[in-house]
Write a protein that binds this ligand. Sequence first.
Ligand SMILES: Cc1cn([C@H]2C[C@H](O)[C@@H](COP(=O)(O)OP(=O)(O)O[C@H]3O[C@H](C)C(=O)[C@H](O)[C@H]3O)O2)c(=O)[nH]c1=O
Length: 339
Amino acid sequence: MTIIVTGGAGFIGSNFIFHMLEKYPDYRIVCLDCLTYAGNLSTLNPVMDNPNFRFVKESITNREAVYQLFKEEHPDIIVNFAAESHVDRSIENPEVFLDTNIKGTAVLMDACREYGITRYHQVSTDEVYGDLPLDRPDLFFTEETPIHTSSPYSSSKAAADLLVLAYHRTYGLPVTISRCSNNYGPYHFPEKLIPLMIANALNDKPLPVYGKGENVRDWLYVEDHCKAIDLIIHKGRVGEVYNIGGHNEMTNIDIVKIICKELAKPESLITYVTDRKGHDMRYAIDPTKIHTELGWLPETKFADGIKKTIQWYLTNKEWWETILSGEYQNYYETMYGNR
Ligand SMILES: Cc1cn([C@H]2C[C@H](O)[C@@H](COP(=O)(O)OP(=O)(O)O[C@H]3O[C@H](C)C(=O)[C@H](O)[C@H]3O)O2)c(=O)[nH]c1=O
């Protein structure tokens, strides 16, 4: 079994590679990643010497290179994690999101059609459903919730999902799609809420909370997400969408306060900043389908997951300090100045 994992030098992709190589020692895993600002080759150090692992530095938008890789590897399964994923960046500059997230997906699926595969899996997001109101805690996203996007990022992911379903219907490509809620855990790039707050708190820097911090996200520990994708690619029904959620809704401000408490840092570091444009209010997933069909449920309670995550950032300071000292620092300063 050969699996091409795209975006494997990023947060969720790298965790998925670790999970797969450990659980299936006979599988060959090929990571295809062009190492954007959010990809980090050092993340893959633990598996670089594994004879069943190969890293290829290339973009999923490069048709020739992708076809060449398929010719060389004859993959059985493709799991597409490669994406521009940061909502704020998509608001500043949508173009690269359209290129990577939509065109890249099409290139990969064209290669699948050309060379033949048993499964193409698209890793998507609950953001394609838009948001839910705060005063309707009874509402959840199901796989039948209409697509209703808010940001250029979520629109690009929704467009890719539609392409994937169209390739299934038109060309018979054996596809599956998963739509996950907010992930957290090791190797999360420190521009996202949880790792940014941990890094800033450890550096006694302000903790920028958008608006009033009342927005709700459904937090999913990354390892639970990887296990869900593992189940879907092996046992999920072709042509189907599966929602993957943590069943753990929390407001942003509560998350930031928990991080302050865990790190024994004062809440006075919290700084309320200008809200994100078009900011989605609440995400919450109904995971009934994946639970009843595939027996998946999130295993990690948030109280344990956040402790493990904070511990990881404490013991892997070099990983995120290197990132923060590089190109990302300029971006952060542009966004928040020296607050
Ligand atoms: C970076 C940052 C964020 N926030 C707020 C904005 C959101 O309400 C929440 C989480 O933001 P973040 O940018 O970490 O994640 P989302 O915008 O929810 O999107 C994430 O989860 C989905 C499922 C994906 O599909 C995205 O790829 C992934 O980035 O915290 C702040 O208040 N301050 C900050 O400095």
